[in-house]
Write a protein that binds this ligand. Structure first.
Ligand code: NAG
Ligand code: NAG
Ligand code: NAG
Ligand code: NAG
Ligand code: NAG
Length: 340
């Protein structure tokens, strides 16, 4: 039994954090995005047929920069080489925020994304050190000619998502553990949607929209709002998820402690090709008729990648004053006072 004193420690920060409003803590808009994100240039950890460029090369070759057109102004442009053949892997971009986060509300306004294109595997996600111990939250992700988004978490053991929360997506696999028995290796827990406005070609035809991810000590909730239905409080910069946003597309909660499995997460955007997901399912996909292998498609079909770019209007991170402090647990299970 927990003592009353311990109960108070557990409960009071949660109550006060529920009442407080979110305040802006990080604004990655336009130039500030490039000041706050580093370019990743190692080999792709997911084994894609890709070559990630550094900042200077990406800029010099017109693959990264700021976009301005009649419809998109000052957006961060993250593209790829759609001109040359790519026997060594197609030149593309992976960027990661310098700052790591613990809880918060992540609001990304995205005007255009790669996707719905054979061999592509674009993702906007959060990931921590010592994978999978610190967790991974895949907010916007898919492969090949996918038409609806997949929301996925990857963790160590002990994280199973309950299907009884209110969300509009469909729970596909419940166990977030990358080694979960009965699930494909590294499948993680996935909630997916068939709404074509959420991904790829349908997303782009609509001018994209807003993905909002609320990460608290009790749940990870993800909403998507198409361009014509972004709540006014988001537009005004004073987001209040509880008020008018309706049920999330995905809620990841259950009989586990979020704080024990998700910490120090960086924000990542990337586009890779083939590899551990897009390549693995190539032969069974509608793309298989276009080329004998996924890699061959990437190497030769350069013009297929003209629309394979991200245009990110902004990424804003909001935090709550007095958000629940982390609770440390002794090996015996006793609850210690919050960290200073
Ligand atoms: C939160 O924001 C709303 C709307 O701006 C305001 O009415 C309310 O007083 C704020 N609450 C707190 C605790 O600051
Ligand atoms: C790309 O290079 C140009 C010319 O040096 C510079 O003006 C611009 O700010 C650079 N863009 C980025 C995103 O760094
Ligand atoms: C939802 O499921 C969780 C665990 O799977 C359980 O602890 C909780 O009581 C359930 N809530 C409702 C309202 O059924
Ligand atoms: C998507 O549609 C298919 C076919 O109608 C259906 O079987 C599947 O359950 C749907 N998936 C989701 C995530 O709604
Ligand atoms: C890819 O290349 C093959 C062979 O040239 C061609 O048949 C196919 O239409 C191309 N597909 C796309 C999407 O460019």
């Amino acid at each position: 039994m927990l003592s009353l004193f311990t109960m108070a420690l557990l409960v009071s920060p949660l109550i006060s954090s529920t009442l407080a409003n979110y305040t802006l803590s990080q604004d990655y808009t336009g130039r500030a995005f490039y000041d706050g994100f580093d370019f990743f240039t190692d080999a792709d950890p997911t084994n894609g047929h890709v070559k990630y460029l550094d900042k200077e090369n990406a800029n010099n070759s017109g693959i990264a920069g700021l976009m301005s057109s009649s419809t998109i102004n000052n957006a961060v442009y993250l593209g790829m080489d759609a001109v040359n053949e790519a026997p060594e892997g197609r030149r593309s971009i992976r960027v990661q925020s310098q700052k790591a986060f613990n809880r918060g509300l992540f609001i990304a306004d995205i005007a255009h994304m790669p996707g719905g294109i054979c061999s592509t595997w674009p993702a906007f996600w959060l990931v921590g050190p010592n994978w999978p111990a610190s967790g991974e939250i895949d907010i916007l992700e898919g492969v090949n000619e996918q038409t609806g988004n997949s929301f996925t978490l990857h963790t160590g053991p002990g994280v199973v998502v309950s299907n009884n929360a209110s969300f509009t997506g469909q729970l596909v696999t419940p166990n977030c553990d990358v080694n979960a028995p009965g699930q494909d290796k590294n499948a993680g827990c996935t909630i997916s949607t068939n709404d074509t406005a959420t991904y790829g070609k349908g997303f782009n035809e609509n001018g994209g929209g807003v993905y909002a991810t609320e990460w608290t000590s009790s749940a990870i909730n993800i909403w998507f709002f198409p361009r014509n239905a972004i709540p006014a409080d988001i537009v005004q910069g004073n987001p209040r998820p509880c008020e008018s946003w309706g049920p999330p597309r995905a809620v990841f909660s259950g009989d586990f402690k979020v704080d024990d499995h998700f910490k120090d997460l960086n924000i990542v955007f990337d586009t890779t090709f083939c590899g551990d997901w897009a390549g693995k399912v190539w032969a069974q996909s509608s793309c298989a008729s276009q080329a004998p292998t996924c890699e061959e498609f990437v190497t030769k079909n350069k013009s297929a990648f003209r629309e394979a770019y991200w245009a990110v209007n902004s990424v804003k991170v909001f935090e709550k004053m007095g958000d629940a402090p982390k609770l440390r647990t002794r090996s015996g299970g006793a609850v210690l006072p919050p960290l200073p």
